[in-house]
Write a protein that binds this ligand. Structure first.
Ligand SMILES: [Zn+2]
Length: 419
């Protein structure tokens, strides 16, 4: 990619915002969600199918070729395979109790960028991707579509992972939906001809809102470790067992939760640690907990920070378990590396944003995104727009289409500068 000086394209933002909102509202309608109270759609359901068909029709109208990879990730492109194109997109599946904007806004804005490019007579080589099953709502595996495209899965995993709702395998669901899961290795071709990649997403935090910012430029996406900790002691009568005679699993869990907070604060630089679930067994008011199960989610844009916190926390938890005569099982579910995004592409977005009259905020993403699995192969960046009160994964999710239109203008100009 080269940076060229070019004129700045100022779009009709109000008209763009209306178009974006039209798509968002259409995709929140009864054909596109299985719930009336929230947006609920995930891979291989009829509402998901209709959502992909909606985008396919819109891209066909623009003269794009549309196809799906062997598992169902959607692709639209205006150049033949084997020739370079600039990539953009997100995902259009939702959380089980989701809102209208998470993911879908990124695909809608990608469509808007393609529409604007056509209207302005710019013959930009573009490819839009809507990744399958980002939220993990259907099969419990987050970022599944982009992981498959990155080749970061095994055939066994695809054959064995089952749907939360009916227990049938992803493989079976994919076949029934008309896909060819046995060709899963070919999904990697989705990224073959991309010269760059941009994803717009709602921030899912309150930083932009609270600083009055309209555009965030993501420099890095936090990596994370997810682990389960189980302390096992002895369930005793709460009245009949003196304090010194107990093997209270709940207290070790409580100490460990506080230590996770302390370690994350000490690590700083955007490191966060959360104990999101803590269950005591038998869970009765008059019984000393014999077993405590807790989860750990620890993230940072710096690999060594979240790995260090997890390591130190395990050491601490083992020490506390020993002092309290407990057993500790520490089981790591997954470690996802931190992702640095492309500095040149972020700079180009920055220039475009300034030319569009806004000061973008450089930020890190604490939330995981499909772009994590694109960035190792393709120079990538992300654009954040504010969402009201930072609320996401909820029907209360709200974002301003004018910010999304501004995002589309910035992305369009950054792509022009990149191609
Ligand atoms: Zn998302």
């Amino acid at each position: 990619m080269t940076t060229s000086t070019h004129e700045h394209y100022a779009i009709d933002q109000p008209s763009s915002a209306r178009r974006i909102m039209g798509h968002i509202e259409a995709l929140a309608g009864p054909d596109h969600t299985s719930s009336v109270a929230a947006i609920r759609r995930y891979a291989y359901t009829s509402e998901y199918r209709r959502t992909i068909d909606y985008f396919a029709a819109a891209f066909r109208e623009l003269g794009y070729d549309v196809w799906e990879d062997p598992l169902g990730t959607f692709v639209a492109r205006n150049r033949p395979a084997g020739t370079p194109a600039f990539g953009l997109g997100s995902h259009c599946d939702s959380n089980r109790n989701g809102g209208k904007y998470d993911g879908t806004l990124g695909v809608v804005v990608a469509l808007e960028v393609c529409t604007l490019a056509a209207e302005l007579g710019l013959d930009l080589p573009l490819q839009v991707v809507s990744f399958l099953e980002e939220e993990g709502s259907g099969f419990g595996l987050m970022l599944l579509g982009s992981r498959i495209v990155a080749g970061d899965v095994t055939e066994r995993e695809l054959r064995e992972v089952t749907a939360i709702d009916d227990g049938e395998s992803l493989w079976t669901h994919a076949e029934r939906a008309g896909h060819q899961p046995e060709r899963w290795r070919e999904c990697a071709r989705v990224l073959d001809d991309l010269s760059g990649w941009l994803e717009l997403h709602i921030e899912q935090g309150r930083v932009l809102q609270d600083t009055g910012g309209r555009i965030g430029l993501v420099e890095a996406i936090a990596g994370y470790v997810h682990a389960d900790l189980t302390f096992t002691g002895r369930a005793d009568h709460a009245g009949a067992t003196p304090m010194g005679w107990r093997a209270d699993a709940g207290l070790a869990a409580a100490e460990t939760a506080l230590e996770a907070e302390r370690l994350a604060q000490r690590a700083g630089e955007g490191t966060v640690a959360t104990v999101g679930r803590l269950e005591l067994d038998p869970g009765l008011i008059n019984v000393v907990p014999g077993r405590a199960w807790m989860t750990l989610d620890c993230r940072s844009p710096h690999q060594e920070s979240f790995e260090g916190v997890a390591r130190d926390l395990e050491r601490y938890a083992r020490r506390r378990a020993e002092l309290r005569s407990l057993d500790l099982a520490w089981e790591e579910r997954v470690t996802v590396p931190a992702t640095q995004l492309d500095a040149q592409l972020v700079d180009r977005l920055d220039h475009s944003a300034c030319a569009s009259g806004t000061s973008p905020l450089r930020m890190i993403s604490g939330a995981a995104h499909d772009t994590m699995y694109v960035a190792p192969r393709i120079p990538s960046a992300m654009v954040f727009v504010p969402c009201e009160d930072g609320i996401s994964h909820s029907p209360q999710e709200s974002a301003d289409p004018r910010d999304a239109a501004l995002g589309a203008e910035i992305m369009l100009n950054a792509i022009v500068a990149s191609t």
